[in-house]
Design a protein around this ligand. Sequence first.
Ligand code: FAD
Length: 478
Amino acid sequence: MDVVQQLVAQLGDSAVLRGPEDMAGHLSDWRGRYQGRAQCVALPSTTEQVAAIVRLCRQAGAPIVVQGGNTSLCEGAVPRAELPGTVVINLARMRQVRSVDVANNSMVVEAGCVLAAVQQAAAAHDRLYPVSLGAEGSCQIGGNIATNAGGTGVLRYGNTRENVLGLEVVLPDGRIWNGLYGLRKNNTGFDLKHLFIGSEGTLGVVTAATLKLHPLPTARAMAWLAVDSPQTALTLLARLQRRCGAALSAYELMNDVQLNIVLQQVSGRRAPLNPQHPWHVLVELSDTGGEAVLAAALEEVLEAAASEGLLLDAALAASGQQQADWWEVRHSVSEGNKKAGIGINTDPAVPLSAVPAFIAQATAAAHRVLPGAPIIVVAHLGDGNVHFIPQVSFEQWRALAPEQQDRLSHAVKQAVNEVAHALGGTFSAEHGIGQVLTEEMGLFKPPVELDLMHTIKQALDPEQLFNPGRLLPATPSH
Ligand code: FAD
């Protein structure tokens, strides 16, 4: 029996997708730019089934790509076109909330749980799972963990890494590691969960996680600000942090180019303020106390800022509905950009103090490659993470041969990432590496770090079956 027949015998016919139509949604990336190939997509329902699939693939020497919601923005979860013998393991059927420990502020969920469902399950117990991003209706907890997803709640609650207490993982040799601890303290040597968080499916399959929960905020206050520059936005961030402390839960910046794309491309989105203002900031305060306290703190800071001429305009959300509408505008940026043209996406982070210099220098660098291109800027400003996206129209793009497209995209990304690197930043703040940034790993990661990563990969997956060609650049020695 070949590996597909063995998988069918092991999992049942309906859990192994084979035909091109059945597999279609699993073989191309979210932006529809990469088309991969695979011999099948396996849909396990239990951790034991995942372990059995891994053992079968290992015996057959079949490459494995682990897939969650397939919302990766760096083509990380699609199998490679040149490896048609790949088996995709998709976790969509593993979506049980195994337990909630309210007193411990934790819950154990299976990796295939969709992020929004996890947030809802936590809320049903009066708790908050704070990771939040535009793809939360389709990305999975396993994918969030494998990419150490960021999003809009990092300023207050940290990345996914800060919200995971324990993991269950199927290792490349087929063993199951049960590390589903619910502990805040456990100094018993290497903290192995951190190896798998951010490992992008290269070291095994995350099958379940113990997540950290937080008190569910009962009050929220939001403002939408128009300012003249990123520097002014930073000045206001410092003031809000000083006055509101941990209650400041989001601070998101976008430029007029970005806002206008959302308004034009995504139906039902309305601008909170005149969209011609050059820079826009969404501010959110949230806490467990009363709304009036938050609103008063926000108004105090904004009134002082207005009296000093720091604001071009400002609006306070008048209702929960308006707050939700403003979040919809923010969460629609990826959808709008996908429809608007070819965005050459970058995901750098720099120290907060360097954000204005980064935006100015990266604009100049991008324009040296693409003179006059519109530049989309949308930033998790509180984290120093700036999505800096030079745009090319569909017509311009289609006029280029595929190699020219690759060259152009590569030149722009490198120019932008070099600016971030020179300012003490990173070329990948939250989306991960996937298959689109492996070259940058070679360029920007210190050789000692790369060598340690290769050593770990070699120790856990000596046959290099897990997500081959992803995350790590190839080296002659491994
Ligand atoms: P996939 O795309 O399926 O996989 C991503 C990587 O994780 C792949 O390498 C895959 O092999 C690996 N993987 C998946 N599941 C497992 C598992 N169970 N075990 C081991 N490896 C696994 N990201 C942010 O960080 N912040 C944002 O604000 C943000 N906004 C987004 C908005 C939109 C509209 C979209 C489409 C994407 C956005 N993303 C954002 C990117 C993406 O949603 C995240 O990277 C997310 O964490 C990926 O989850 P997923 O389940 O879709 O994973």
